[in-house]
Write a protein that binds this ligand. Structure first.
Ligand SMILES: Cc1cc2nc3c(=O)[nH]c(=O)nc-3n(C[C@H](O)[C@H](O)[C@H](O)COP(=O)(O)OP(=O)(O)OC[C@H]3O[C@@H](n4cnc5c(N)ncnc54)[C@H](O)[C@@H]3O)c2cc1C
Length: 172
């Protein structure tokens, strides 16, 4: 069964990882030239990956029942174990936030994750912008053409619209 995942941020990589563990054939697509740009930027100001609080406290941070159900299945502890599984050791900071061990940069976490995904035969397609889809296919705009790819399952992990690089007025 073929799964097409649009996006290569952490949500996409985790969705793909879970499908791979269940035996699906996974392909990632992103309109950028490289994966997880925001994930890499996130590391600049201190790279907390999750929190060490109890499951009930962690769950109380979510107010949507559907999301709570997902977090119940894959909680903060599951993420810490997942990171260990791909070779990333973590520690709990003084505020309870979980960080990769000192000296581990965001790019190291990303590389460990991508390397695990590739070992499971996941494929990556960059400079592929999703421009349309229907119930079993996605249309991508590549540099040279428009292509339509069929999938059994599709995941759209496109991120939010909350962050953009601010251009200073001085640059005009
Ligand atoms: C400055 C900063 C600091 C942060 N610090 C932290 C932190 O310390 N800890 C933490 O947990 N979080 C932090 N975050 C938040 C974290 O980066 C985001 O929550 C996370 O990246 C969201 O992941 P995502 O996979 O949902 O989306 P994204 O990371 O935004 O990924 C979405 C992907 O989809 C691709 N895409 C979108 N539309 C299309 C399309 N039409 N076709 C093809 N591809 C498409 C994009 O190119 C992108 O690669 C920080 C964010 C910022 C900006």
């Amino acid at each position: 069964m073929k799964v097409g995942i649009v996006g290569t941020g952490p949500a996409a990589l985790m969705a793909g990882s879970q499908y791979l563990l269940q035996g699906f054939e996974v392909s990632f697509y992103d309109h950028k030239k490289a994966p997880a740009r925001k994930f890499l930027v996130a590391g600049h100001g201190g790279f907390n990956l999750t929190h060490s609080e109890s499951k009930s406290d962690f769950l109380s941070r979510y107010d949507c029942d559907e999301i709570k159900k997902c977090v119940e299945i894959f909680d903060n502890q599951a993420l810490i174990e997942w990171l260990k599984f791909i070779g990333i050791e973590t520690y709990s900071g003084s505020t309870g936030k979980i960080f990769p061990v000192k000296g581990t940069k965001p790019i190291d976490v990303l590389n460990a994750w991508i390397s695990w995904l590739k070992k499971q035969n996941a494929t990556f397609h960059f400079e592929h912008k999703m421009i349309d889809f229907d119930s079993n296919s996605i249309v991508f705009q590549t540099i040279s053409s428009e292509i339509k790819v069929n999938f059994d399952k599709m995941v759209f992990a496109l991120g939010g619209g909350s962050w953009s690089i601010k251009i200073s007025k001085k640059q005009y």
